[in-house]
Each structure stands twice: as C-alpha cells, then as structure tokens.
Design a protein around this ligand. Structure first.
Ligand code: PNW
Length: 480
C-alpha cells in the first residue's frame, strides 16, 4: 500500500502543525511544594534509589515549576504553534480525590496556559503522564476499577478549570508503557512485577477511565468548550523478518498485542481487544491451569461504552523491530512476552542511540502510519512524540539526522494519503528520563543538572527544528 517513488510533496501542507512536548514529573520538580501531594514517582525514587540508573529523583528535575516562564520563551523561540505538556494530578488534587483542590496548582497551570495563549501557542494537555497520586496507588492503582471513576472526577476538575482555554486533551500517555512498565516488569513506579496478570487488569481499568473522561467531556463540556479529546498510544513498528506466512502471522499478532491492545477497543469499528490477542491469552492461560483467560473480558456494554471514544489518535513512535514466529508452546510461568510468543530482533546495521531500545529505522514510521491508515479507517493522527536519546551533546548531529529522516517518512506518508496533521518532537529540554534518570537526553535544549539554577542552552537541533518550522520543508529532501 505504499506508493514508492512518489515524491510530490516537498513541503508540509498548510494545515500541518509542529509542536514540542514535555511531561510534568520529568520537568517540574517542586515535588512537595505549595501543597502538592505525593505521587508514585516521588515515592518510588525516594524509596528505591537503586531502581533509577543514576539514583536520581525528579525532586528538582528541570526546576520548571519555577522556570516555566523561561521554558515558554524557549517554546516560543522554536516557532511551534502548540505545546504539549501534562498536568500533575497530585499538584492539582493533592490526595488524588477531587474534593480538595490545591489553589497553587490551579495558579501554576493557569499561568502556563495564559502565557502560552498570549504568545499564540496552543496548549495541548495530557491528563495522565504516569504520575499517579500515591493514595490511589495504595488502593491498587490502575488495577482497581474504582480508579476509573476517580480519573473521571479529576478530568472534570481539569475541564472545568482550564477548558475555557484548552481545546486539545489527551487522557492517557501510552497505555502499553503504563501497563507493562508498572505492572508487568515493575521497571517503573510503583515497581510491581505481576507478569502476565497485572498488565491486563491495568489495560481494562485504563480503557474504562479513558472512556469515562471522554464521555464526561461529551456530555458536559463539548458544547460550551468546543475542544477535542483523544488518547496517546505508543508503538514500535514490527516488520516481518521473512516473507513466510508464519512470520507474517507472528508480526500481525505482535502489532495487535502492542498497538492493537488499546487501539482496537477505542478505534476499531467492532471495539474490544483484538481477537488474536484474546485467543492467544486464553489458550496460554488455560494451558497454565488458570480457570479463565488472564485477559479480562470486556462485556458487550463495556465494549460499546469504550468504542469510538476519540476525536483524534495521539501517536508516539520511536523505533522498529524485526519479528519471527517464536516458541508457541507456553511456558508454565505467565508473562506478557510469552503470551505474544514472537522473537524480536534488530538489524545489526541499524544506527544505535544512547538508549538500548532505540535504533534509527525511519522507514518503519511510514509503514506504521500506512498500517494505521488501512486498518483503522484513516483516523486523524497527531504524532505526539518522536525523539532521539543521546548523552547530551550540544552539537547533536545524530539527533538532527534522526528527526530529518523520520520527518521525511512522515511527509512520504502524507503523500500516501495518511491523515497526519501534527508532529510533536520529544522533548523541549533534557529531563528526568524515568528509570534512566538523567543518563539519557532527548532535549533540544541542554540543561545543566549540576548547576542548582538549571541553566538551559540551545543545542544544534534547536536551530535545525526552527528552520524546518520556518521553511515548512526539510533540508536535503532526497529520500523519496
Ligand atoms: C515515552 N519504547 O516513553 C514517554 O512518553 C516519555 O515520557 C519518555 O520520556 C519518552 O518516551 C522517551 O523514552 C516510551 O520502548 C518508552 O518503545 C519506551 C518506548 C517508547 C516510548
């Protein structure tokens, strides 16, 4: 379905917009100031310092709680038309519950939103970028169905306070990362490893929470506020390693169990988890002596309630893997990887990055966007993240190459007919990269984390991105 060789568009279409993104825990700091409550990342980094590569925390991070004005100046200087950031749930609602709102939190996000609008930068706001209030985790976090209601209550507070000015909402950032890193392998806060069980419970609660927040907007806010609500889903691209039928089947299953897992219930016409995922987990569960599938069932009314709850797809994409059929005989120990049952590989020729998981594979981006176009009826796509990790070099040529190549493939996919209207680069500044601490840098701006005033310095990539935005085209556009 890719029309290779076509190269009609050299410029980004006039509707196309460029943006830049961050998230609250990764930049704000001020973890216990002005009435903010404790969240799971505060607790995790304080209690288990050895779970973070450099034993660091987000206690200060980029100090954006104080330097927000300066950061908006940096955003402005890039020339982007919108800024994607997230609200810290526990800064707004210190206990997580909506009965007590922190006025300093309201003031902080009001200041940011107002200053953005004064500068003609549209706010695009994520409600949940991984920093769950600790009291909600104490109740079981995203494995407890009541959390869906508390998320809806939080969303309603946010729409009420900021929805007069914020018109683009993202409910959750990356269900796949949330459910796997939190409840499968425990690499992320709160560090719970319940392989083959926790991640599936999480995905059902997350989908219901998302749908509740979407329906609440629909019922009570859409008419007066006129905004749009979506979810951000991340995915690898998976490419079959061979032309064999069995590897093609394995590749499709891998895609459906990564991207399709939460994409299907919301964006497909039929709703529900992908059939191949349900079948496979049921089969493996039974062979492990479970009485029923470890993947919870969505009831017909839940399927209906979740299906169609989107105005756009937020897409985070970084990298690609080759897929071969794996060992399909289940092991006795449940795990997500065993459920997927494929072998993942990288090509030794692919350019590496500073992150062990990220290889530079630009063509995968175009394949992915076209696969989404064909499978899900060409939805409106906002790329909400795409970025390259290094060690923080100021002359970051590898980052420039990465973005130029990925943007080239994005342009090709628009030419293929994909309805992609936004590109959001991750990230504005170097920041707290979760379990990797400050050892990986994604920023267009360098931050000196050894200096208590956290000065920012533009890297070469900042002027590269400025140029792309200003010219609305890519330098050296040859790869078509
Ligand atoms: C995203 N993967 O996570 C997050 O939304 C950001 O907060 C984070 O800083 C950024 O990517 C860089 O890691 C991802 O393995 C984590 O493909 C892992 C993957 C993708 C995205």
């Amino acid at each position: 379905f890719i029309r290779n060789g076509d190269c009609q568009i050299h410029e980004f279409p006039s509707y196309f917009e460029f943006g830049i993104s961050t998230s609250a825990y990764q930049i704000e700091g001020a973890w216990n100031e002005d009435g903010k409550g404790e969240n799971i990342w505060d607790r995790f980094t304080h209690e288990y310092p050895n779970r973070i590569a450099d034993r660091s925390t987000g206690d200060i991070a980029c100090d954006s709680y104080r330097q927000w004005e300066n950061d908006i100046n940096l955003v402005k200087d890039l020339g982007v038309t919108y800024y994607r950031f997230s609200i810290s749930w526990s800064r707004l609602l210190p206990t997580g519950f909506s009965n007590k709102i922190n006025p300093a939190g309201v003031r902080y996000y009001n200041n940011i939103i107002d200053k953005l609008l004064q500068n003609d930068i549209e706010p695009m706001v994520t409600l949940y970028h991984w920093d769950l209030p600790q009291p909600l985790q104490d109740l079981g976090g995203l494995t407890n169905p009541v959390i869906a209601k508390y998320f809806r209550d939080y969303a309603i507070v946010v729409y009420t306070l900021f929805g007069d000015r914020v018109k683009k909402w993202i409910t959750f950032n990356e269900p796949w990362s949330i459910c796997l890193s939190t409840y499968e392998n425990g690499n992320h806060a709160p560090g719970i490893a319940m392989p083959g069980i926790g991640c599936y419970l999480c995905s059902k609660v997350l989908l219901l929470a998302h749908a509740k927040a979407y329906h609440a907007y629909d019922k009570r806010f859409r008419k007066t506020q006129n905004g749009i609500v979506g979810i951000t889903i991340s995915t690898f691209w998976y490419e079959s390693k061979t032309l064999s039928e069995k590897d093609a089947v394995a590749t499709e299953r891998a895609l459906q169990m990564n991207f399709g897992w939460c994409m299907n219930p919301i964006f497909s016409n039929k709703g529900d988890f992908p059939k191949v995922m349900k079948d496979r987990i049921e089969f493996v569960s039974k062979s492990q002596n479970f009485s029923e599938s470890r993947l919870p069932t969505l009831t017909p009314s839940e399927i209906k309630y979740i299906q169609g709850t989107y105005d756009f797809l937020g897409l985070n994409h970084y990298t690609t893997r080759f897929i071969e059929e794996g060992n399909l005989t289940p092991s006795q120990v449940p795990s997500f990887d065993d459920d997927v049952g494929v072998k993942m590989e990288v090509d030794p020729k692919w350019e590496k990055s500073a992150a062990h998981w990220l290889f530079v594979v630009p063509w995968g981006f175009r394949r992915l966007l076209n696969w989404i176009r064909v499978k899900y009826n060409n939805p409106l796509v906002f790329v909400t993240e795409n970025g390259y990790p290094d060690k923080g070099e100021l002359n970051d040529e590898a980052r420039i190459r990465y973005h130029n190549q990925y943007l080239t493939e994005l342009l090709n996919s628009i030419n293929d007919g994909c309805n992609v209207q936004r590109y959001t680069l991750w990230s504005l500044t170097d920041n707290m990269e979760w379990s990797s601490g400050y050892t990986l840098k994604f920023g267009l701006y360098y931050v000196d984390f050894n200096n208590s005033s956290r000065p920012r310095l533009p890297k070469s990539s900042a002027s590269y991105y400025k140029g792309v935005i200003n010219n609305r085209s890519l330098p050296n556009f040859t790869n078509c």
